[in-house]
Design a protein around this ligand. Structure first.
Ligand code: HEM
Length: 379
């Protein structure tokens, strides 16, 4: 139950013995850790594009520093288009694609998801056919809501995502672009059990609470069986942040908006970065230590009654904000969380969302099993 840093694992806290473990943890480490953790150095290594799951979701474990994400409409034969995209991904990641001539693909990953309209055509009803509902603080042009296809391209070399995206879509006349967005992540800090997370534009570490082990990923990220087995639901939201307004808050006030300490990322309820937040902890005056509208309280999976989502968000410079990306086995993991945040989340007050979509991130593929073939058949 204890993790490498001597803390209590999140799974243990969320599991049946969790409350007892939480009590012990709080008695053991009541003071809030205030030391900023050092970044962990990671050497980019090639990531296999093939396997049970697509790359770019849980592999590499620490998301690459640069991302370009594009959303498209598809007017044509879905099976043929997806198979062609898969072939391009294989040649890009092996360094054979002419668009990368002279440039090493490094840790390039390309992840493809299909929108509700296409999933509905292939299998009337069921997982992947539901679009996202509308939420407060959205200002979304219809072209920036939904779409038939999402392509998430990530790499350590900032040159690689735009070239690789061009290599994937060039010549595929069935695709027309709706929108694209660039994002970046700084160095990650160690969280627990090999899991690490970067800071976002607010200066807070983002992506701490996450499914990490194979068991946690199987429980909360991968769809378990049927033709969609090994797929996942991808949610993307382009969230602009009023950083000037957030920065006008004192650091203490910023920390109450988030629910964690800014420098160390420890929960305001005590402990250190790898510890779960204690939503019950109260001050001697009887007030909740994690404020009632703090983001970590409103987004916490336990009161929302859902498993942990895998967040893989990137900071944006233009527009300034967060390209929120999450992967989960069920759309309700996102929607039930978002509903609770929409009721009262102090962080949401600093945001407006200008693009959004939910997609079925396809199961893994290889040269013998074309991308999308379990759902759309072979081209
Ligand atoms: C501008 C938008 C957002 C920013 C800047 C932001 C930032 C953060 C930060 C700093 C944390 C605390 C550290 C951590 O556990 O990662 C956090 C936690 C979390 N956020 Fe967000 N977030 C944003 C939007 C969202 C959205 C749209 C969702 C999903 C609907 C979400 C879901 C979560 C979850 C599930 C947690 C973990 C809560 C816990 O279990 O402790 N966030 N976020």
């Amino acid at each position: 139950m204890a993790n490498e840093t001597g803390g209590i694992s999140r799974r243990a806290l969320l599991g049946s013995g969790g409350l007892a473990a939480l009590g012990t943890a709080l008695v053991g480490c009541a003071p809030v850790d205030r030391v900023a953790p050092d970044p962990v150095a990671e050497e980019p290594r090639p990531v296999s594009p093939t396997g049970e799951h697509q790359a770019g979701i849980a592999r590499p474990a620490a998301a690459q520093p640069h991302m370009l994400l594009g959303v498209y409409d598809l007017d044509g034969d879905s099976a043929a288009v997806l198979a062609a995209l898969g072939d391009s991904i294989l040649s890009l990641t092996s360094g054979e694609h002419p668009v990368l001539a002279g440039i090493a693909p490094g840790d390039l990953t390309v992840t493809v998801g299909v929108g509700p309209r296409l999933v509905q055509q292939a299998r009337a009803g069921g997982v992947g056919t539901e679009p996202l509902p509308a939420y407060p603080r959205e200002e979304i042009d219809e072209r920036h809501r939904g779409g038939d296809l999402v392509i998430q391209v990530c790499a350590s070399d900032p040159l690689v995502p735009p070239l690789a995206l061009a290599g994937v879509i060039d010549g595929v006349t069935a695709l027309s672009e709706r929108w694209r967005q660039r994002g970046a992540r700084g160095p990650s800090v160690a969280v627990r059990g090999g899991h690490s997370a970067p800071r976002n534009v607010l200066g807070f570490v983002d992506g701490i609470a996450a499914p990490v082990s194979e068991e946690e990923l199987a429980q909360s990220v991968w769809i378990g069986d049927g033709p969609l087995a090994s797929a996942s639901i991808l949610v993307v939201r382009r969230m602009e942040i009023d950083l000037a307004a957030f920065r006008r808050l004192s650091i203490d006030a910023q920390e109450r908006v988030v629910g964690r300490e800014r420098a160390s990322s420890a929960p305001l309820s005590g402990g250190s970065i790898g510890d779960d937040v204690d939503l019950q902890a109260k001050s001697p005056e009887g007030a909740y230590v994690i404020p009632v509208d703090a983001h970590v309280r409103r987004a916490h999976p336990r009161p929302a009654g859902v498993p942990l989502m895998l967040r893989r968000s990137y900071s944006m410079d233009e527009p300034l904000g967060l390209l929120f990306v999450s992967y989960q086995a069920e759309l309700r993991t996102f929607t039930q969380t978002m509903e609770r945040m929409s009721e009262s989340d102090a962080l949401l007050d600093f945001t407006r969302t200008t693009a959004t979509g939910a997609f079925l991130a396809l199961p893994g593929f290889d040269a013998q099993h074309p991308l999308g073939s379990t759902i759309f058949g072979r081209a």
